[in-house]
Design a protein around this ligand. Sequence first.
Ligand SMILES: Cc1cc2nc3c(=O)[nH]c(=O)nc-3n(C[C@H](O)[C@H](O)[C@H](O)COP(=O)(O)O)c2cc1C
Ligand code: SF4
Length: 627
Amino acid sequence: MNTSEAQQTPDVEALVRKAVTRWRSEPTGLLQVLREVQEALNYIPPQALSLIARLLRQPLSRVRGIAGFYSFLSIEPWGRYRVLFSDNVTDRMQGSERLLAEMCHRLWVEPGKASEDGLVSVATTSCTGLCDQGPGMLVNGRALGRLTSERVEQVCGLILHSVPLADWPVELFVVDDNVRRPDALLGHGLEPGDPIRAALRRGVEGQFEQAANERSWREGYVGAALGPVAVLEEVKRSNLRGRGGAGFTTGIKWEACRHATGSARYVICNADEGEPGTFKDRVLLASHADLLFDGMTVAAYAVGAGRGFLYLRGEYRYLLDHLQAVLKRRRDANLLGDTICNQPGFDFDIEIHVGAGSYVCGEESALIESLEGKRGVPRNRPPFPVTAGYLQQPTIVNNVETLCAAALIAVRGGDWYRSIGTLKSAGTKILSVAGDCERPGIYEYPFGVTLRQVLEDCGAINTQAVQVSGPSGSCVDETEFERRIAFEDLPTAGAFTIFDASRDMFEVAHAYTQFFAHESCGFCTPCRAGTSMLMHSMAKIRDGNGTLHDLREIARLNRVLLMSAHCGLGHTACNPILDTMKKFRPMYERRLAARDFAPAFDLDAALSRARQMTGRDDPGAHLENSA
Ligand SMILES: Cc1cc2nc3c(=O)[nH]c(=O)nc-3n(C[C@H](O)[C@H](O)[C@H](O)COP(=O)(O)O)c2cc1C
Ligand code: SF4
């Protein structure tokens, strides 16, 4: 039974000491220690903060700063049952706001606050990655989808009777994969370890002598074993590009890391999947974890890394036990650990770190900061992670899907992979299809598929728009449905959110603006202030107080953010408004109070006393006539 639900008086010191020991008393474990204490106690009490600071040899102010940065951590108690409703636009479309109100009513709690007896708190969080089976929510980190009034009533009953989460009906926690269209990757048919064995074979079959292979494969680029180089060449030949959003060529990234000088190299899998509307990594983690870990191990072999990390978003905490079990099985099968597959010197292992509710931690340098136990603030770049990443050592950061594709390439070869897709976009892309369609779920296509084809396959009718790649991507209208999913046309990290003609695209953009304001990490002023100004401008327009001036201001703000924001979050924050304003302009205009600038303060009227005192009331003494 979870300590927090059982209401026992916990031994805070013992708990903290155990967590600190589990994370080897290293400062890099700070976030993980805080997260584990939070999970056990519902909050991080002052004595825990002090003890953690002492044991990890960190200033208390730093420990507090980290606890304050991540939205899943709190220094105030939450309810013993912590309910977080997923607040993506698709959850709202499926009635999440009404269900949240129903739950608060049944439990007698105010949204965002713990009940007086400390039993429960109900609040919202950004997209939980259950868009294909929403509305969704998390209860003490466990995911529940397909919420209805009946489900909410059932959950309220369990909470009011203090039933431990472990005893809740299992069907409440079923999360389906919903794979509707598998292709080369989802239908891979490989056994655990196949990609590693294939990578090792590629080395042996390489053009260089076997003797070279017997030298330590991690000696560095010059004089290194030639197996890894053969694997690297294969990945380069495949023209695989990153699936996390930026589309960087994977082979080139790996090669740069291999060439970089450092005392150690690292492989990081980015499983932060925070872009609203994206849930394909959830499915890969849940049902293809072996392929992913094979991909990470092949990457480690190619770049010469001895240690890897999987950064799992906090919202997917419920997948942790399963992933740990897969890692253990792989260690037992000699697919991880020392002398992998009996290859002398091939030592590599993977550790899982769980995030704590911060979208910006998906940005690779912020992710590395978070892995080092710090606040997830993006670094200045250059230097890039390939030369100065985790602990300033050469590091590759790749998306879950990219690493799975690399595993496939190790087995089937670069030429095979390149033969799928388009000229500039090799392979397949997994789409997270949600919103207004009959069959939401996971669809894998060769690159080059048209939007119209996807819409047909998922049973979308009367579609007016698709948000491709989430709020930071593009909103396309029906005149563009012949466009293709490809780096050369519509690149995407995976989200494919459909809106039919009944939807108000202004409200969609408004919801996305709230998301950016909530997720800005606050490090740089243009983004911190700009995203909040955007949210207020949208609220002003929604309330019927906006003017054309506000629309012009948004365009101006976009230029400021593009020029001066520190990371991609700030650069893309205006995208949803600009796209919808261009393509669905009437939805904005009909809300405007006036088409011209209407000042909140009438300066000319305020100057009337000055005119009286100077005895002037000629036209030149009025503002509209002054130059
Ligand atoms: C605000 C922000 C959030 C991001 N979130 C993710 C994410 O959740 N998952 C991901 O793989 N990449 C994310 N990225 C992109 C990463 O910075 C990085 O480009 C990616 O992990 C590289 O992997 P790839 O080359 O395999 O695509 C994000 C970028 C930004 C600016
Ligand atoms: S742009 Fe926004 S999210 Fe990125 S560093 Fe600046 S404040 Fe943080």
